[in-house]
Design a binder for this molecule. Structure first.
Ligand SMILES: Cc1ncc(C[n+]2csc(CCOP(=O)(O)OP(=O)(O)O)c2C)c(N)n1
Ligand code: SF4
Length: 277
């Protein structure tokens, strides 16, 4: 089966029942259905349980610094526009230390797809509150209830300028796979938030919690800007699907000088900088 070509033979060390398994499986299926060339596909991640994904997918992979996956991926895409580039990051990675880069990608509208694994906690470092955890919640590893207010990834992505903004759920593999395919096919910055239970540290946002609240948005082509913002705030029932989609000029390519050979660059430098001074 073609799907096999995207699997590595590394042992997957996530906890049994972790939502990351659903995300990984949807990525395999999406890549396989799009028949992506592994040599022209790149997965970039930061540090976290979610950040291990590039080890398990047989395409080019970079497991880079916590919070820095987005700028790394932007550099890759701008230097080689032929590549399909995807970022995988935790809510801590992308919205804590990496929040500035998250916003900046919306402003750039570079053609990459970001998958945000939202489990409400810092999984790898043993369950501290992440930027998406609601005020006043006390998940099991916290000494006291969360005293910070949450960020909403969907609202933030829309107002930052992302041109494809969607949410899916790790237990809906078919839905998630289709959203990932649409995110990859979209030209521009795509944010896909995936609700991803952390069975070890988040005892509030469990599979049961989500399964009782999730419903699918009717439209599969997004809502208008203000409706999308309104929808993103719903909490009692949790909408999944495409919130917002827009066609907008993408940032692409880089200055041709970056493609010069070392020798050409030195000559240009001598001519324009040294001799000119
Ligand atoms: C600059 C830096 N700060 C902190 C850390 C420690 N650290 C590693 S993973 C992590 C949090 C992981 O949480 P999240 O990004 O939500 O991903 P998850 O493990 O939940 O998938 C932290 C704080 C680090 N590796 N580098
Ligand atoms: S700690 Fe949580 S996020 Fe990390 S592998 Fe275990 S269940 Fe998954």
């Amino acid at each position: 089966m073609i799907l096999k070509k995207y699997k590595t033979d590394l042992w997957i060390d996530w906890c049994a029942g972790c939502g990351n398994f659903g995300i990984l499986s949807a990525i395999y299926r999406a890549f396989s259905e799009l028949n992506l060339d592994p040599r022209k596909t790149v997965l970039v991640s930061g540090i976290g349980c979610s950040g291990k994904i590039p080890h398990f997918v047989n395409v080019n992979g970079v497991h880079t610094l916590h919070g820095r996956a987005i700028p790394f991926a932007v550099g890759i895409k701008l230097s080689n526009p032929e590549l399909t580039v995807m970022v995988n990051g935790g809510d801590g990675d992308l919205l804590g230390i990496g929040a500035g880069h998250f916003v900046s990608l919306g402003r750039k509208n570079v053609d990459i797809t970001v998958i945000l694994h939202n489990n409400g906690v810092y999984g790898l470092t043993k369950g501290q509150a992440s930027p998406t955890l609601d005020y006043g919640l006390k998940t099991k590893a916290l000494a006291e209830a969360n005293r910070l207010y949450p960020l909403n990834p969907i609202t933030l992505a829309i107002v930052s300028g992302y041109t494809f903004v969607a949410r899916s759920y790790a237990l809906k593999p078919e839905h998630l796979k289709e959203i990932i395919k649409k995110g990859i096919n979209h030209r521009g910055s795509a944010l896909i938030e995936v609700l991803q239970p952390c069975v070890t540290y988040n005892n509030i946002h469990t599979w049961k919690y989500y399964s009782e609240r999730i419903y699918e948005l009717e439209s599969d082509s997004g809502l208008d800007f203000s409706e999308a913002i309104e929808k993103s705030k719903e909490k009692e029932r949790i909408p999944i699907g495409i919130f917002y989609m827009e066609k907008k000029k993408v940032l692409e390519g880089i200055d041709k000088r970056a493609k010069l050979s070392n020798e050409d660059f030195k000559n240009l430098f001598r001519e324009k900088i040294i001799r000119a001074t």
